[in-house]
Design a protein around this ligand. Structure first.
Ligand SMILES: Cc1ncc(COP(=O)(O)O)c(C=O)c1O
Length: 421
């Protein structure tokens, strides 16, 4: 069987093959950046139109009672099913950065653990910035950033030694944004607990594509964005998770009216809501919430176990193709080879990755365009969103990378970089 026939066969066998029809597609374009911004579910167009025309346009303020006040709760119920949590342990709203600030501020104020903040060099920069800022605000020890010798994986022995030495609040990204390395969540949570520490998990690169079970993994605190594999749209609200027993011990640093026990009593003394709503601050971002729902619905319909299985199969398929077609051209794979240890993107390392990335996006003549992304210093990230990526997409993308290298097409591309890469 030739490569194309095999890819077509795999697509034919795929139980999720119909799901790509629920998303907007650009003709002659292969999208491999769902790990940054997921595709548009077609249903969103109808949902947003309705929210604008009828709910906002006609119904105006009455829509708070008729539609909008219950909207976050409805979404939290659905997201809880995808993450293995109870709905009253989840709160949707704000950005990941703001939520991380609220959560770590709350933990530091609570004194549940010693006030040491720890992260590692695989974490996403915003998490590091937020934590660093909080060490100054709380005048605690400087932020500990555990540095590893590569971007590929965490050195767990080193990480654990740091936790033993300086227990406290540790923030890690469950799937590392560069390499897609997937941390052993449950064993690290257990280790943290034994060492008087709490791990705050950033699930941004995992939610919607990894079969996370927040209860089974004994997670205490987590957060993440919804615009990647959950296809919630640009700037979609993020979420926080607080394990039930901890909620009453934590207080948001922002005492806004939506976090009040009874916001619509308009009473002046601040009484925090009993549940996780105490982490609300102001008016929910209604239009963004409306846009989020279809993506979550599709993930639920596809089933997170099926999505995870397809993700493992497709990343393995891509890695095999890279081995056979690209490694002789100088590309290295900067993603764990074991499917259990990786999320849903595959990262290539090569000194020309930036120009290759640009050539892929530009396309050649009327040929196919491939949309991946680039991360410094020299990584090309190829994101696989199993809910809409096909095996043929993966084959064509890898063949296109090969073509760019073999024909030296990238020689004609300049090195200039736009703001978003
Ligand atoms: C792991 C991780 N955390 C946080 C963020 C930033 O999230 P936000 O823009 O919602 O603050 C990103 C953005 O890509 C991310 O990948």
């Amino acid at each position: 069987m030739n490569d194309l026939k095999r890819a077509e066969y795999l697509d034919d066998q795929d139980p999720l093959k119909l799901f790509s029809t629920y998303f907007h597609h650009n003709p002659n374009e292969i999208y491999l950046d769902g790990n940054s911004l997921g595709k548009l579910p077609l249903q969103v167009k109808t949902d947003i139109r309705q929210a604008i025309d009828s709910q906002w346009g006609q119904n105006l303020i009455r829509s708070w009672n008729d539609h909008w006040l219950d909207l976050p709760k409805r979404l939290e119920n659905k997201l809880a099913q995808l993450l293995g949590a109870d709905p009253d342990e989840l709160k949707i709203g704000e950005s990941t950065s703001v939520n991380l600030y609220k959560l770590i501020h709350a933990l530091l104020s609570s004194k549940i653990t010693p006030n040491n903040l720890v992260t590692d060099s695989l974490n996403f920069p915003t998490d590091v910035y937020v934590m660093e800022g909080l060490t100054k605000q709380f005048e605690c020890n400087p932020l500990i950033i555990v540095n590893y010798s590569s971007d590929l994986k965490a050195d767990l022995t080193l990480l654990k030694k740091k936790i033993e030495k300086q227990p406290g609040i540790i923030c890690l990204s469950l799937v590392a944004y560069k390499s897609a390395w997937l941390y052993p969540m449950r064993s690290l949570n257990e280790f943290a607990e034994e060492n008087n520490s709490i791990i705050v998990w950033d699930l941004s690169h995992a939610a919607g594509v990894v079969d996370i079970d927040l209860h089974h993994s004994k997670t205490k605190i987590a957060l993440g964005c919804t615009y990647k594999f959950l296809n919630g749209g640009p700037g979609a609200p993020a979420f926080i998770y607080i394990q039930k027993d901890l909620i009453a011990k934590l207080h948001s640093p922002i005492q806004g009216w939506f976090g009040h026990q009874s916001p619509f009593d308009f009473s002046l003394p601040y009484i925090p809501a009993e549940g996780i709503s105490r982490f609300d601050a102001g008016t929910p971002q209604v239009l963004s919430l409306v846009a989020m729902e279809a993506g979550i619905d599709l993930s639920l319909k596809a089933g997170i176990t099926n999505i995870r299985k397809k993700s493992k199969d497709q990343t393995a398929y891509m890695i095999d193709l890279i081995d056979s077609k690209l490694t002789t051209l100088g590309f290295e794979i900067e993603t764990p080879l074991s499917p259990e240890e990786r999320g849903s993107h595959v990262t290539l390392k090569h000194q020309e990755c930036w120009r290759v990335c640009k050539a892929l996006i530009q396309g050649k003549n009327s040929g196919v365009k491939v949309i991946p992304d680039f991360r410094p210093p020299n990584y090309l990230r190829l994101g696989i969103a199993p809910i809409y990526t096909s095996f043929v997409d993966i084959l064509r993308a890898i063949e296109r990378v090969k073509e760019i290298m073999v024909t030296q097409e990238y020689f004609n591309i300049d090195n200039e970089r736009p703001k978003v890469t």
